[in-house]
Design a protein around this ligand. Structure first.
Ligand code: FFO
Ligand code: ATP
Length: 191
């Protein structure tokens, strides 16, 4: 089963990284538009997103617009504090000084730790039940298991990662919504 999951994960990453820029651009714009529309209708003040890695959709413009649209909003980025430990979330603004983490993903050099109400989580492969495959570290699963109250979760990615099943394991947490270039899909209890 882990071999199948690894194959699905690797195929999705490879297909995404091989997209030509001209094919990718309209997909990324559509993902950004749908994420912005979903955020608009949710009453949240603190959200977490990810700095783009390995051709994931870039949500920075969406988050910048969301921060600007109302006072009192805060955004955060995940920080790996140790292997096999839950992620922490550090406040980010467009003015934050950024440093690369151990994988070369940029994180805020400093900033307050924050508890997000909503997580925008990158998808590699995903299925219609809202289960996802990340990079295989189990970081988001551990983080979702540790956060109380549980945040709402939005898996964000491209349709090229859709599979019949990700072969979900007991530790996997389904997303409340999946957002791709095709639209906003409520799954796993989201509305
Ligand atoms: N954009 C983004 N940021 C994120 C995540 C994510 O999925 N996407 N994470 C979600 O957990 C955390 C980082 N987790 C990661 C876990 C494993 C690997 C990893 O092993 N990548 C390569 C090797 C990279 C290297 O060491 O140079 C690999 O899979 O081989 C990367 C990130 C926090 N930040
Ligand atoms: N709550 C948890 N407690 C302990 N181990 C966990 C937990 N959740 C996941 N794991 C372990 O993490 C490993 C990787 O899990 P999985 O393949 O689902 O990662 P992923 O969802 O692709 O990664 P990520 O969440 O970092 O994007 C598995 O071996 C799993 O047993």
């Amino acid at each position: 089963m882990e071999i199948q999951r690894k194959q699905l994960r690797d195929a999705a990453i490879r297909t995404r990284e091989q997209l030509a820029a001209t094919d990718r651009a309209p997909l990324e714009t559509a993902v950004q538009t749908h994420v912005a529309a979903l955020l608009d209708r949710l009453d949240i003040h603190r959200l977490a997103f990810c700095w783009p890695y390995r051709s994931e959709p870039d949500l920075r413009p969406v988050v910048v617009d969301w921060l600007d649209a109302a006072p009192g909003r805060q955004a955060a980025l995940p920080v790996m504090v140790a292997p096999a430990r839950p992620l922490k979330f550090r406040e980010w603004t467009p003015a934050s000084a950024m440093v690369p983490d151990m994988h070369g993903i940029f994180i805020p050099a400093d900033g307050a730790e924050l508890t997000p109400e909503l997580l925008l989580i990158p998808l590699n492969a995903f299925d219609a039940a809202g289960y996802r495959l990340g990079y295989g570290g189990g970081y988001f699963d551990r983080t979702l298991a540790a956060l109380s109250p549980a945040p709402r979760t939005v898996g964000v990615g491209f349709e090229l990662g859709r599979v019949d099943t990700t072969h979900p394991q007991l530790h996997d947490h389904p997303m409340h919504w999946i957002v791709t270039e095709a639209g906003i899909h409520p799954v796993g209890g989201g509305a």
